[in-house]
Design a protein around this ligand. Structure first.
Ligand code: ADP
Length: 228
């Protein structure tokens, strides 16, 4: 599903500024992977390479059979539809309702109103927000906002969901609500990549943990604990 072969990324030509250095990784379909590491380690860079926001300096990236080396710019939107992304700061549209925020992701790819009306409530149900369709983001708790963002990210049924510090702004109870939703989506068959600094979440989830430090993978083990 996701293959990185000796991928390096430098943002500038200076050799001492390598964000990622010869990263090789293989992530199977339907895996739930946690990526940890100190600030500046290269986690976001890795995720940006997968969504094609950044290109590697060297190395090979293949996601869902697509070799990024041969990916044309016009094919990038299609690739991004296969990868849902949620961020620490939710990035919801403040003037749209919960329903409209999620519907928007379908409108922009030309899905019919009829199908949108059918699909959006089902996805809001999955993330536990049934009945909140008409609420504005401002009226929701942080945890609920993040679950709207997750609904928006999964409404196009991506094969991969990237959650970059999704619990960073949440208290422990809401953080766990969000994590439970990610687990549910994973059970439905979506590959989940989660970055987090939350040691409790890492230790309790008992999933594969990949540690990145100084642009390198320094450990990769399943059922793992966080070595802070
Ligand atoms: P993390 O997500 O683990 O905090 P990042 O991937 O954001 O780490 O950063 C890895 C390294 O790359 C850091 O040294 C950071 O300063 C550098 N970096 C990240 N983005 C850019 C950019 N757009 N331009 C230049 N350097 C960058």
């Amino acid at each position: 599903m996701i293959l990185l072969d000796r991928v390096s990324k430098s943002y500038s030509k200076k050799s001492d500024s390598t964000a990622l250095e010869r990263i090789s990784l293989h992530i199977e379909p339907k895996e739930f992977v946690i990526i940890v590491g100190p600030s500046g380690a290269g986690k976001s860079t890795l995720l940006k390479l997968l969504t094609r926001e950044e290109k590697p300096t060297t190395g090979k990236i293949i996601v869902g059979g697509i070799d990024y080396e041969h990916l044309k710019d016009k094919d990038v939107p299609r690739l991004r539809r296969r990868i849902g992304v949620v961020f620490q700061d939710f990035k919801l549209l403040p003037n749209k309702t919960v329903f409209e925020n999620v519907a928007f992701a379908l409108e922009i790819i030309g899905i019919s109103t009829k199908e949108i009306k059918h699909t959006v409530p089902r996805v809001l149900d999955i993330v536990g927000l049934k009945g909140k369709e008409k609420s504005m983001p401002m009226e929701l708790s942080g945890g609920e906002r993040q679950r709207v963002a997750i609904a928006r990210a999964i409404v196009r049924q991506p094969k991969i969901l990237i959650a970059d510090e999704p619990t960073g702004n949440l208290d422990p109870k809401h953080a766990w609500d969000v994590i439970r939703v990610l687990e549910k989506i994973n059970r439905f068959g979506t590959t989940v990549l989660l970055t987090t600094h939350n040691q409790d979440i890492v230790n309790k989830l008992k999933r594969r943990v990949i540690t990145i430090e100084g642009g390198k993978v320094t450990s990769d083990h399943s059922g793992g604990t966080y070595r802070a």
